[in-house]
Design a protein around this ligand. Structure first.
Ligand code: GLU
Length: 443
């Protein structure tokens, strides 16, 4: 049995029931084989065994009082995965589905993603099973304050810097940061995705979506194509989806779908983003309300956007939102590129189908790294007490996404085949981690 296969088997056995974590391991470890063969020092130094085991896993109680006066208790998590490159870095997710398994898979992926950015950030992830949907602002604030009353002792500008993820945006980050500052008495920029008025970076809100489109642009360029006049199908209607749509439209594409957990809209004339922003960012409403604003739009509360014929598919909702059947439909419709805005958007069978087809598949750890990359730029601005213009940040984001694409595509050619961006991203992230971990000794 190969080294990667042995560690995969042992890690799965050691972590029973953690299916998402198993999936992430199964998607990553076997692709590292060619690199591991070339670098026997990895096995000798127990590199994989150390990499799959988080440095620290924190689980805590979050009690808070709801608007009816009742006491509620949620569970909080912070998995500090790997600090070889810098402070643990990764978002916080609020969603009822969150458990240790979710946070471990996200933290593991984040470690590779952050390595790919080349910025000084380790990997981590956190979250809670709290559901912000339907909660009042006061309830969200009470919850966030309780969360950070425990979490504050584990985070800090030089130790662990959380950010947003699903269910955590500028409102939640503000409440978390405010309470963190109150408890510690320190204004040190811990937390990224802050509002620019008190230390956030311009361009952070847009970064994941814009970065996803910049990365996809590179793939299209390798095919001799551009976004111009392409039909783009997007899932989700959160931060990533909205700003991916915005950049794709700016580059001349037509975005025809967006969705939320209730259903999806199909606007063949091209989605009007001002309406989506009004519904989602201001009214915190459902995407179905879009049909009230525009004629000729269809709303479906069944089915999924991937069945809609398109040239480019950008999953931007959540994990495992694109399965084997969806992949078959996309391939059948001659979709050129599937690039992940959400983390691990695609099920394993769908990945295999896409890899075998002529559709190019870009995994999230490369394609959606723009968000955390601009978080890295926010950290740099905070520690130098400077602000960069939106143009400067966008310029740097473009360069970072281009560099990630270069790393991923050249690594794919060297160790697998040109089209295998999965191997390219996994080995690209792993090689840097390996080198740095070997230099730091057995820790
Ligand atoms: N949650 C985002 C991600 O999955 C951003 C993390 C961050 O900015 O720290 O990469």
């Amino acid at each position: 049995m190969s080294y990667a296969a042995r560690v995969l088997k042992e890690t799965i056995e050691k972590n029973p029931g953690q299916n998402h974590f198993h999936q992430a391991l199964t998607e990553i470890l076997p692709t590292l084989e060619p690199y591991l063969k070339e670098h026997p020092e990895c096995e000798k130094d127990g590199l994989l065994e150390r990499l799959v085991e988080p440095e620290r896993q924190i689980i805590f109680r979050i009690p808070w009082v709801d608007d009816s006066g009742a006491v509620q208790v949620n569970r909080g998590y912070r998995v500090q995965y790997n600090s070889v490159f810098g402070p643990y870095k990764g978002g916080i997710r609020f969603h009822p589905s969150v458990n240790l398994d979710t946070i471990k898979f996200l933290g593991f992926e984040q470690t590779f993603k952050n390595s790919l950015t080349g910025l000084p950030m380790g990997g981590g992830k956190g979250g809670s099973d709290f559901d912000p949907k339907g909660k009042s602002d006061r309830e969200v604030m009470a919850f966030c304050q309780s969360l950070v009353t425990e979490l504050y002792r584990h985070i800090g500008a030089d130790t662990d810097v959380p950010a947003g993820d699903i269910g955590v945006g500028a409102r939640e980050i503000g409440f978390i940061y405010g309470q963190y500052k109150r408890i510690t008495g320190v204004f040190d920029g811990t937390m990224t995705g802050k509002s620019p008025i008190y230390g956030g970076s311009l361009g952070r809100k847009e970064a994941t979506g814009y970065g996803l489109v910049y990365f996809t642009e590179q793939i299209l360029e390798s095919l001799g194509a551009t976004f111009k006049d392409k039909r783009v199908v997007i899932s989700g209607a959160g931060n990533v989806a909205i700003y991916a749509a915005e950049k794709a439209i700016q580059l001349g594409a037509k975005v025809i779908t967006m969705s939320d957990s209730n259903g999806y809209i199909l606007d063949k004339a091209g989605i009007n983003l001002d309406t989506v922003k009004l519904i989602k960012e201001q009214q915190r409403g459902r995407i179905s309300e879009y049909v009230k604003h525009h004629s000729g739009v269809e709303y479906f509360d069944k089915g999924i956007v991937w069945q809609v014929p398109c040239d480019i598919a950008l999953p931007c909702a959540t994990q495992n939102e694109l399965n084997g059947e969806d992949a078959k439909a996309l391939i059948g419709n001659n979709c050129l590129v599937v690039a992940e805005g959400s983390n691990m958007s695609t099920t394993m069978d769908a990945v295999h189908l896409l890899q075998k087809s002529s559709t190019i598949y870009a995994p999230g750890k490369a394609a959606n790294a723009g968000g955390v990359a601009v978080s890295g730029l926010e950290m740099a601005q905070n520690s130098s007490r400077l602000f960069w213009t939106a143009e400067e940040v966008d310029q740097k984001l473009r360069v970072i996404m281009k560099n990630i694409y270069t790393t991923v595509s050249t690594t794919a050619i060297k160790y697998a085949e040109k089209k295998d961006l999965v191997a390219g991203a996994n080995i690209g992230g792993f090689a840097r981690l390996c080198e740095a971990m070997l230099l730091q000794g057995v820790i």
